[in-house]
Ligand binder design. Structure first.
Ligand code: CP3
Length: 364
């Protein structure tokens, strides 16, 4: 079987190209993840592919979000768009955190302007039985898309990703987006055994999904625990960290850096590193030097420009980006990113200029 099976139907097996692999390993992004000296501070943006780009809106016309995630040709094109336009240092695989849940047969959809909505929320032990294991065959389009993508990307690394057990559980238990997570937290506090079993199931599904991406050629992975900031540290440690640690353990030993990110997680940064990450993502609420103190030695950091700064004009963007670089001076590994995803109404030219600014400011 060959990695060049292409879009003809057969799922290509993972045979990452050794030449590309060497070039990718020497990229500024992977060097920073490994806390090695870099030629410039690498930059990428969460949600760099998406509605901020007119070319994205064009190819997505009339195609549902989840449908587009299952089409390797579209996934490849959309993933490449921000790399071509902004010259970012890494691509992030175009998908969504609920894709593996859809792949095991859960009845869910992503509603425009709302987010993931689950038809029948997971609230009881009987509901748990609906969460079966994920096999590579369930997501053969991921293997196919990553094969196509890595050939196109050349020396640019590809970041695979998944939602962390807590953030996935928040959608499954609530049935959709929530500000308070009252149903999820009610299960966590009120039926800790059911909660632990749910998170453990989700950890297995997530680990399997990340392993598919790594086998197909992803050279780093990011675990999005976007909503973990809703938790107190003691609750995070007791009720969430074990499941996230299980995911990180499962994907250790592949030489693939593991990034851990959440929003409003200033109080959790140390624990999120402890869960097993090589790189900890930081939002804009904590300066990078303080984040480094909270995370402790031995880990790289990623962040942390407030995404709304991009609406404030070139001068303000440069001032605030300079602040991020200054607070990150002397860190062993720094990957420049926003503190959360690119907002859909962001001017894409502001992003292109920001990449150029960080590259020229940090060129060594
Ligand atoms: O470029 C990239 O970063 C890769 C693409 C990506 C998407 N979702 C595509 C997407 C990634 C990394 C995600 C992860 C994701 N999905 C997270 C974690 C990251 C974060 O932002 O905290 C979460 C919480 C979700 C759940 C989700 N999916 C939400 C909240 C939404 C937004 C709903 C809306 O319409 O505003 C989605 C939909 C979604 N996922 C879109 C994109 C580009 C927008 C839908 C569209 O373009 O039609």
């Amino acid at each position: 079987m060959s990695a060049n099976a292409g879009p003809t139907g057969q799922t290509p097996t993972a045979t990452p190209d050794p030449v590309r692999n060497d070039a990718v390993q020497e990229s500024a992004f992977l060097k920073a993840c490994r806390r090695e000296p870099v030629p410039h501070t690498p930059v990428w943006f969460m949600r760099q592919a998406g509605r901020s780009l007119p070319e994205y809106r064009k190819v997505r016309e009339g195609i549902g979000m989840l449908d587009s995630c299952m089409r390797p040709d579209l996934v490849t094109e959309i993933t490449l768009q921000p790399v071509r336009r902004h010259h970012v240092d890494a691509a992030i695989y175009f998908s969504d955190i609920v894709v593996p849940l859809k792949a095991i047969g859960l009845d869910l959809d992503i509603k425009p302007g709302i987010g993931p909505v689950v038809e029948q929320p997971v609230r009881t032990r009987a509901d748990l039985a609906r969460l079966r294991d994920l096999t590579p065959e369930d997501v053969s389009y991921v293997t196919e898309a990553i094969g196509m993508l890595t050939r196109e990307l050349g020396s640019t690394p590809l970041i695979g990703f998944a939602g962390a057990p807590f953030t996935l559980a928040s959608y499954l238990v609530e049935g959709g987006p929530s500000r308070t997570y009252e149903n999820a937290k009610a299960m966590m506090y009120g039926d800790p055994e059911l909660w632990a079993d749910l998170l453990d199931r989700l950890a297995d599904i997530t680990a399997a999904f990340l392993k598919v991406q790594i086998a197909a050629g992803a050279s780093a992975v990011q675990l999005f625990d976007s909503w973990a900031g809703a938790l107190a540290p003691a609750d995070y440690r007791r009720s969430v960290l074990p499941a996230s640690a299980k995911v990180f353990d499962a994907v250790a030993g592949h030489g693939v850096p593991r990034i851990h990110f959440g929003v409003g997680t200033g109080e959790l940064l140390g624990l999120m590193g402890e869960a097993g990450a090589d790189v900890v993502g930081v939002d804009w609420r904590v300066p990078m030097d303080e984040a480094a103190r909270r995370v402790g030695p031995g880990k790289a950091l990623q962040g942390n420009l407030d995404p709304t700064v991009l609406f404030a004009g070139r001068e303000a963007v440069e001032t605030k980006a300079r602040e991020v670089l200054d607070t990150a001076t002397g860190l062993e590994g720094h990957i420049f990113n926003l503190g959360h995803g690119v907002m859909p109404s962001t001017d894409p030219d502001a992003l292109t200029r920001l990449v150029e600014y960080v590259h020229t400011q940090t060129a060594r």
